[in-house]
Design a protein around this ligand. Structure first.
Ligand SMILES: NC(=O)c1ccc[n+]([C@@H]2O[C@H](COP(=O)([O-])OP(=O)(O)OC[C@H]3O[C@@H](n4cnc5c(N)ncnc54)[C@H](OP(=O)(O)O)[C@@H]3O)[C@@H](O)[C@H]2O)c1
Length: 241
């Protein structure tokens, strides 16, 4: 799942910690009804199985915990009840993709009680994560050469066989989504298009979402919040699996 500006921008190279592309794409004001709808959709999509994210998103978003109810959220008993009813653990596993293992192990994903992290990484990443754990236990890891699409597919077959992963909700960033798509692993993308336009010349390293139609994806659903029709909630399907 991703959120994009009206002209498809999902991120840019941050100048400093205050330069937050996601916040800008969402248009600031947290109380906006469509923004709340986007947040709720994101939390709902965390309910069906496990959740994954790229290392750079972990590095740039210290607030992130891939849970139906993040710290600071209103209570979401119905989302946890859904998981319980489906025979799933209370919290989705938090899977992080990292090639080099340069992960901040003090991040909430690795320290929140009840959250089970799993780093999908390479042999180089294992060395770095052990070094960062400084004699303590490193986070659980699954090791494959992620830069090779066939190995990335193998990593997911192993997530299925060894870790019981069935549905995997990847929340980006675009680097990881592009790698998953290149390996034929991306079935669907939920993308929220906000009405805010981002000037591509105002930022460096601007990244845009997929050009879904050119990529052969099919738009299988589109919705909006009743209170604000200017935001579009789209569900694109790449594969017919
Ligand atoms: N608009 C949205 O909805 C949205 C969603 C998520 C994130 N974001 C924003 O997007 C930015 C981060 O996105 P990003 O695209 O730069 O990074 P990303 O996709 O979050 O993470 C990239 C990292 O993933 C690791 N990786 C694992 N497998 C890989 C592979 N096969 N190929 C390449 N890298 C692989 C590498 O980690 P190592 O460097 O550790 O080796 C790489 O640096 C942040 O600003 C974040 O806030 C926006």
């Amino acid at each position: 799942m991703m959120v994009a500006s009206s002209n498809g921008v999902v991120a840019w190279r941050r100048r400093d910690v205050k330069d937050d592309p996601v916040l800008a794409i969402l248009g600031g004001d947290r109380r906006r009804p469509a923004r709340l709808a986007d947040k709720r959709l994101m939390r709902v999509l965390r309910c069906f199985g496990d959740v994954a994210v790229g290392a750079e998103t972990v590095r740039t978003q210290p607030e992130l915990v891939l849970s139906p109810q993040q710290p600071g959220d209103e209570p979401a008993p119905q989302l946890f009840a859904f998981r319980e009813g489906a025979g799933l653990p209370r919290q989705p596993r938090n899977i992080v993709y990292s090639v080099f293992g340069r992960l901040p192990l003090g991040h909430r994903i690795f320290t929140t009680p009840g959250i089970e992290p799993l780093v999908v990484t390479t042999p180089l990443g294992v060395t770095e994560l052990k070094r960062r754990a400084a004699g303590g236990p490193p986070p659980p890891m699954l090791v494959e050469n992620l830069l090779d699409p066939a190995a990335l597919r193998r990593a997911h077959a192993r997530l299925f066989a060894e870790a019981g992963v069935r549905y995997l909700d990847c929340e980006g960033g675009q680097t990881v989504l592009t790698a998953l798509h290149a390996a034929g692993l991306l079935d669907e993308v939920f993308v929220t298009i906000t009405p805010f336009r981002v000037s591509e010349t105002d930022h460096e390293g601007v990244v845009t979402t997929f050009d879904f139609e050119t990529e052969g994806a099919r738009l299988i659903a589109e919705g909006h919040a009743v209170a604000d029709e200017t935001w579009r909630f789209r569900r694109w399907r790449f594969s017919e699996r």
